[in-house]
Design a protein. Structure first.
Length: 163
């Protein structure tokens, strides 16, 4: 019988300690093909996730994975992190927690009948472009007019100066 890892139990214990102490639990994750995270927030192959009750929905910390929904830029995303990819869990307020060596490539053995299925491919999750990035002005600013047009609806709010 193979030995059961203590890592998922430690993750749950530190998470519980953080919430009981009023701290915000953060998870540092090594991103690879087995993780499902918003790729636009990944820096140097890593991402730090706030896993507090207020920041997540449906948090489930199993022995093999951590999964939940979280909002990024106002858009709800499904997050999936294998326990092997977790590098650390800590309280944001004081940095206390526990660090781990990510064990990339140490997935559970796959039964023979599942080997024939195509492997999942890592792809960036498409995000709605911020309105400011979508509208790029190429004109030089014009002199102020006495336009009586109503303000435009949607997009980024602007401040109109009235003399």
């Amino acid at each position: 019988m193979s030995e059961i890892s203590t890592k998922p139990y430690m993750l749950r214990a530190i998470y519980e300690w953080c919430t009981d102490s009023g701290y915000t639990p953060y998870l540092a994750v090594k991103v690879d093909a087995s993780t499902t995270v918003p790729m636009e927030y990944v820096k140097k192959g890593e991402i730090v996730l706030n896993i507090s009750f207020g920041a997540t929905s449906g948090l489930k910390m199993d022995n093999d994975s951590i999964r939940f929904h979280a909002r990024f830029g106002g858009v709800s995303r499904e997050i999936y992190v294998p326990v092997n990819n977790v590098m650390a869990i800590y309280a944001n307020e004081n940095g206390q927690g526990m660090a781990f060596e990510p064990q990339l490539g140490f997935a559970e053995p796959v039964p023979d009948e599942e080997i024939s299925a195509p492997a999942p491919v890592l792809a960036a999750v498409p995000a709605a472009a911020p309105p400011a990035a979508a509208e790029v002005k190429t004109e030089a600013p014009s002199a102020p007019d006495d336009d009586t047009d109503p303000p435009k609806k949607g997009g980024r709010p602007t401040l109109t100066r009235i003399k």
